[in-house]
Ligand binder design. Structure first.
Ligand SMILES: Cc1cc2nc3c(=O)[nH]c(=O)nc-3n(C[C@H](O)[C@H](O)[C@H](O)COP(=O)(O)O)c2cc1C
Length: 249
């Protein structure tokens, strides 16, 4: 069988670089790399300037735009333009966020909103996404945060996997790390949380293995893959509307 490279991208949405959330994502990537054929890349959103989505709707294809001329791209020319190609190239994505008031960080949310153009392009249809998160407390909202990430990727037409429970879940506070008020920004307590490390490892493995199966499946289908629906929100080809009896949009 022809050898295919499986690309897994890790994205940390923390404001603090090289801390707990970033360590969790990288732990998942280290695990992904153990799957034969996998190559990984890691980015910190804190290195990029990302504006809010303006809801201009320019990223939505018009229904008769079968040449994909007018949609699928974001008109905001900021650092997201550097990240979009990485997402296009990735077969699997591991999203990591600190828990902020039982939710993702504002940075991660802004990033996820800006993924909307790719949904209209069908970018994520056969890509795999997993989630990891870190809170101060052992039960500080990791589960809900992971589900928010997975829900977002799901609605963007991606294929979500868990690995373990809802994904990777770690904590950075006592008894393993400092109390919030004593957190001087140097500690990576999550390293010493066995549940965090195990769950991150399982997310990395699951994302990589699922992405590998899908990529080889697409390869095996060959030209027949092009008959599959490219964008479920807005089927691009009018003949598809007829075949699938779509009257709604
Ligand atoms: C605005 C804000 C909100 C937070 N909300 C929570 C929370 O809801 N639950 C919790 O356990 N920790 C909460 N934390 C603590 C962080 O989740 C925790 O310090 C985590 O380790 C941060 O990730 P980092 O080390 O990658 O920066 C909050 C921190 C900030 C700054």
């Amino acid at each position: 069988m022809e050898h295919l490279t499986i690309n897994i991208l890790g994205v940390s949405g923390a404001h603090r670089k090289a801390r707990n959330s970033s360590f969790m994502v990288q732990e998942a990537l280290r695990s992904a790399e153990k799957v034969k054929g996998v190559e990984t890349q890691f980015i910190e959103l804190a290195d990029f300037k990302i504006e809010y989505c303006r809801h201009c709707n320019k990223c939505i294809f018009s229904h008769d735009d079968t040449n994909r001329k007018h949609g699928g791209n974001c008109i905001i020319k900021d650092d997201m333009q550097k990240i979009y190609p990485l997402l296009e190239e990735a077969d699997g994505i591991i999203f990591g966020s600190p828990v902020y008031v039982s939710n993702v960080s504002g940075r991660m949310k802004t990033f996820m909103d800006r993924l909307r153009p790719l949904a209209f392009k069908g970018t994520f249809g056969f890509k795999v996404g997993g989630a990891v998160s870190v809170a101060l407390l052992a039960f500080g909202g990791q589960e809900v945060t992971n589900n928010i990430i997975l829900g977002a990727f799901h609605i963007l037409e991606g294929i979500t996997v868990s690995g373990m429970a809802t994904g990777g879940a770690g904590y950075s506070g006592p008894p393993l790390g400092p109390r919030g008020a004593d957190d001087d920004g140097k500690n990576i307590a999550v390293k010493d949380d066995p549940y965090a490390m195990t769950s991150a490892m399982m997310v990395g493995r699951k994302v990589a293995e699922t992405a590998k199966v899908i990529k080889y499946g697409i390869h095996a289908l060959g030209a027949e893959f092009n008959d599959l629906c490219s964008v479920y929100h807005f089927p691009l080809k009018p003949e598809e509307w007829k075949r699938w009896n779509i009257n709604l949009i």
